[in-house]
Design a protein around this ligand. Structure first.
Ligand SMILES: Cc1cc2nc3c(=O)[nH]c(=O)nc-3n(C[C@H](O)[C@H](O)[C@H](O)COP(=O)(O)OP(=O)(O)OC[C@H]3O[C@@H](n4cnc5c(N)ncnc54)[C@H](O)[C@@H]3O)c2cc1C
Ligand SMILES: NC(=O)c1ccc[n+]([C@@H]2O[C@H](COP(=O)([O-])OP(=O)(O)OC[C@H]3O[C@@H](n4cnc5c(N)ncnc54)[C@H](OP(=O)(O)O)[C@@H]3O)[C@@H](O)[C@H]2O)c1
Length: 249
């Protein structure tokens, strides 16, 4: 296989002025939920590639990625120009260890995300494995504004089908709402608001926490959890906190 596989845009969704999802067909190798591929475009004669997590489950033939337009970001400014039928490049196979296979057993799986990092969790929720392994699953999506609470239709289906097992807790930091927790995830763990809303506790004896997205959120949340006795999950030393950062702090 070559370095790149040709992909074709088969769908686009614009959520806000800066937030998009792109649907792509491409003949790539099977992936594991939680992994990422690389999307690439030739820009000014150079191939520019960046990692993006799959939003779709592994059984879905149409691959979906969501992205936010980053200030001065070379690829995202070109990705937004794509139209249905346009081509782009994907890596032949996915990569990444932000997958359930790396997460030890527990009663409760906490999935904590900011912004576009809800994507890998939606992919994981599309698998039967996650529902078989964990008695309780809590999906947290932390965004700045209500409009950025994307994929509500898909989340409502999980809520309807898995009413006992699944909880969804939105955070909106820069607008007042009557349904979301206002503010940031680490503060809501420290003051007990998140656990109160979930009706569950985050504790080393029965919890696993996956955290994805904004690197400052990932490290601040990890710090708060470590203060409570949870440990970073490592292959050689299993713990409770599995993380993926979308960029460097
Ligand atoms: C494992 C992995 C998975 C990823 N999955 C996704 C995904 O599903 N959706 C997604 O939108 N992005 C994702 N990213 C980030 C993505 O790869 C790009 O970095 C991002 O889309 C910006 O691309 P760019 O070429 O426009 O700018 P870049 O040249 O990549 O970035 C420009 C600057 O912005 C910073 N930056 C990068 N991404 C962000 C961001 N989201 N917010 C704020 N600053 C940022 C970078 O550190 C850099 O300083 C992922 C990154 C990693 C490492
Ligand atoms: N979303 C937009 O309107 C927008 C517009 C233009 C460009 N962008 C670009 O896109 C990038 C990503 O934007 P985004 O909205 O997806 O994500 P973001 O900036 O990562 O914000 C998502 C959520 O994470 C929270 N957060 C930030 N730092 C945190 C920390 N240390 N601990 C806990 N929570 C933290 C934010 O809270 P706070 O609100 O308290 O920071 C917000 O609720 C931005 O950095 C910017 O470059 C975004």
């Amino acid at each position: 296989m070559g370095k790149w596989v040709a992909g074709r845009v088969v769908g686009l969704r614009q959520w806000t002025s800066d937030l998009y999802s792109i649907q792509v067909e491409a003949d790539i190798a099977p992936f594991t939920a939680g992994q990422f591929n690389r999307l690439a475009l030739e820009i000014d004669g150079e191939m520019v590639a960046r990692p993006y997590s799959f939003v779709n489950g592994p059984d879905n033939a149409v691959h979906e990625f969501c992205f936010t337009v980053v200030k001065d970001g070379p690829l995202t400014h070109e990705l937004i120009k794509l139209k249905t039928g346009d081509s782009l490049h994907l890596a032949p196979r996915a990569a990444g260890f932000f997958i359930l296979g790396e997460v030890p057993e527990a009663d409760t799986l906490w999935m904590l995300s900011t912004g576009t990092a809800i994507g890998p969790f939606l992919s994981i929720l599309a698998t039967s494995e996650v529902w078989q392994r964990f008695r309780n699953i809590v999906l947290v999506h932390a965004v700045r504004t209500v409009q950025e609470l994307i994929y509500q239709d898909e989340i409502k289906i999980f809520l309807a089908e898995q009413a006992e097992q699944f909880r969804f807790i939105p955070f909106v930091s820069r607008e007042a709402t009557d349904f979301a927790i206002k503010g940031r995830v680490p503060a809501a763990i420290e003051d007990g608001q998140l656990e109160q809303r979930a009706g569950l506790q985050i504790r080393p004896e029965d919890s696993q926490v996956m955290i994805c997205g904004n690197p400052a959120m990932v490290s601040d949340t990890q710090g708060v959890l470590e203060a409570r006795g949870l440990k970073k999950n490592r292959r050689r030393e299993p713990g409770h906190i599995t993380t993926e950062q979308y960029w460097k702090e």
